[in-house]
Design a protein around this ligand. Structure first.
Ligand SMILES: *Cc1c(COP(=O)(O)O)cnc(C)c1O
Length: 372
């Protein structure tokens, strides 16, 4: 153990590749694979993850914004990269320079991007985003918006200096069980297909039609179309264990101090835990500034080589306490797993009232990523 590292995240790129190959093997022949690496690849490190995906033969990457895309280009990533979010028109030159694909979510933006690209005498590659029920980004096409939506997409695609390579939509409840959710997802998909067919009748077709996020890759294989777009699945979650995917991040720390505290003493801020007995208390150098949610205080355990150690008292910014009274084999510098192998990020996330996504991408930049 490198003792300069108070707390670190071990990342297995081999597991990323294993997950990539496993997911790929479930796809129909010829279906492309877009790996979502936004938010620093869900905390795993966008550059190393993208390099591995590129080497393994993935087709496309997606990020949230221009800065994330530029980071990948700076690192020498050559794959096509789709920006899922908005980019202000001032940066059209940079988008083209970096050979990025920009999402277009409404006609007005298509017009702005087109003007800017024309001014530069260049062409911007775009994907059209359709809102089929997420009510977030995209051309409105549900219900009474259908005709107008199609007209607007046609107009967007006909703007000069834009190259509409793809069209996509996003599912809102594809990872939720229950009949209503199945129906909602199927409705979103059939609306998306209707939009694509209507556009075809208007003489517009796309090389890349895509909609399948993790939930859809797992539960709605018929939605694969030309390309799938999973995120959390790549990092080992969201398949309910069906595909045999592997977690790729293990958040580790160690015991930095041990002290023996008398019974009936309050522990940490607010004194929310009172020692019920003489207690062998370990201090571990991880707190909410590292991404360990304060809401987990007094409500979780971390894994030692001898079993789980209950966390005691409020989690502080930089450290917290664990009860080692019943774990005499755990000593100074013993390794502690916050989540990863012995306790899954999903389990710990549930305790915090959230999802694995948030836990993974909350691991802060103070925590070094160690690639194993
Ligand atoms: C984040 C995101 C994804 C990936 O979602 P997962 O649930 O992690 O698979 C796919 N598409 C879009 C538009 C996204 O924003």
């Amino acid at each position: 153990m490198d003792l300069r590292k108070r707390t670190w995240a071990e990342i297995s790129l081999d597991n990323i590749e294993h997950n990539y190959r496993t997911i790929r093997s479930t796809l129909p022949e010829g279906c492309k694979f877009l790996g979502v690496v936004k938010a620093d690849a869900y905390g795993h490190g966008a550059v190393p993850v993208s390099r591995r995906l590129e080497a393994a033969g993935a087709d496309y990457l997606a990020v949230s914004c221009l800065d994330e895309a530029a980071e990948l280009r700076d690192a020498g990533i050559k794959m096509p990269i789709l920006i899922l979010g908005h980019t202000p028109r001032e940066f059209v030159g940079e988008l083209i320079e970096l050979d990025l694909t920009q999402t277009v979510t409404c006609e007005a933006k298509a017009v702005e991007y087109s003007r800017e690209a024309a001014r530069l005498g260049k062409t911007l590659r775009v994907h059209i985003k359709v809102d089929t029920g997420m009510s977030r980004l995209g051309f409105l096409v549900a219900g009474g918006h259908f005709r107008q939506g199609i007209e607007n997409i046609v107009s967007a695609c006909r703007q000069e200096n834009l190259d509409p390579e793809g069209i996509y939509t996003h599912f809102a409840v594809s990872d939720e069980p229950g009949e209503e959710n199945v129906e909602f997802t199927k409705n979103q998909f059939s609306l998306f297909i209707r939009v694509i067919e209507c556009l075809k009748d208007a003489g517009i077709s796309f090389k890349l039609r895509h909609c399948a996020n993790t939930g859809a890759v797992v539960s709605y294989p018929e939605t694969a179309l030309d390309m799938v777009r999973p995120g959390i699945l790549l990092y080992g979650f969201g398949d309910g264990g069906r595909l045999g995917l592997r977690p790729c991040m293990r958040l580790m720390t160690h015991v930095s101090t041990i002290k023996h505290i008398d019974p009936s003493l309050p522990v940490s801020y607010g004194g929310t835990f009172i020692t019920p007995r003489r207690t062998r208390m370990g201090v571990i150098p991880i707190g909410y500034a590292d991404g360990l949610f304060r809401s987990l205080s007094n409500n979780c355990s971390f894994m030692t080589s001898d079993g789980p150690a209950p966390q005691r008292g409020r989690i502080c910014m930089d450290m917290c306490m664990i009860d080692l009274t019943d774990l005499p084999g755990v000593n100074l510098e013993s390794l502690i797993e916050i989540f990863g192998e012995k306790q899954s990020a999903e389990e710990l996330a549930k305790r915090a009232g959230t999802i694995s996504y948030e836990l993974l991408c909350s691991v802060s930049k103070r925590v070094p990523r160690v690639y194993v």
